[in-house]
Design a protein. Structure first.
Length: 145
């Protein structure tokens, strides 16, 4: 192990600047949150007869969601825009808010696409993907050369 001299006087660095340097890293996981880009967390459960997705999206209405099957992917998206305007003799204040997300999930081969159902309640969007009772998933062993 070798010692490398710090290029800046360590006493000159404040705690705030050290944290700013750490959190300003573009590769930081939380960088998207700082920019206001958020994607709802999803829990996926595999039960005996279905796959269940629970997507946390509080403050939305069920009309805010769009669920589609595109190819072999289940796509869940939401988009909403709000504006607020206040006018007075001396000023006009306008505030806009735009929020959207899109999540895509590959559907397993044994899923019944025609029987997928969804329910939004208490800030949680629940999507149930029933499994086919005939689990004809063939398996094949590949020889390694």
């Amino acid at each position: 192990m070798s010692l490398v001299k710090w290029p800046v006087n360590p006493r000159a660095l404040s705690i705030e600047s050290m944290f700013n340097n750490f959190f300003d890293n573009d590769e930081d996981f939380n960088n998207s949150i700082k920019r206001g880009i958020t994607v709802p967390a999803v829990n996926i459960s595999d039960t005996d007869d279905s796959y269940e997705l629970a997507l946390a999206a509080p403050g939305k209405l069920k009309e805010d969601f769009e669920i589609e099957i595109i190819g072999k992917n289940l796509v869940i998206s939401s988009e909403d825009e709000k504006s607020n305007e206040t006018k007075s003799d001396n000023f006009t204040r306008q505030e806009y808010s735009f929020n959207s997300f899109c999540r895509s999930f590959a559907l397993p081969q044994n899923s019944l696409e025609d029987e997928i159902n969804a329910k939004y309640e208490d800030g949680i969007l629940r999507v149930v993907i029933p499994k086919s009772p005939d689990d004809n998933m063939e398996s094949k062993t590949i020889a390694i050369k």
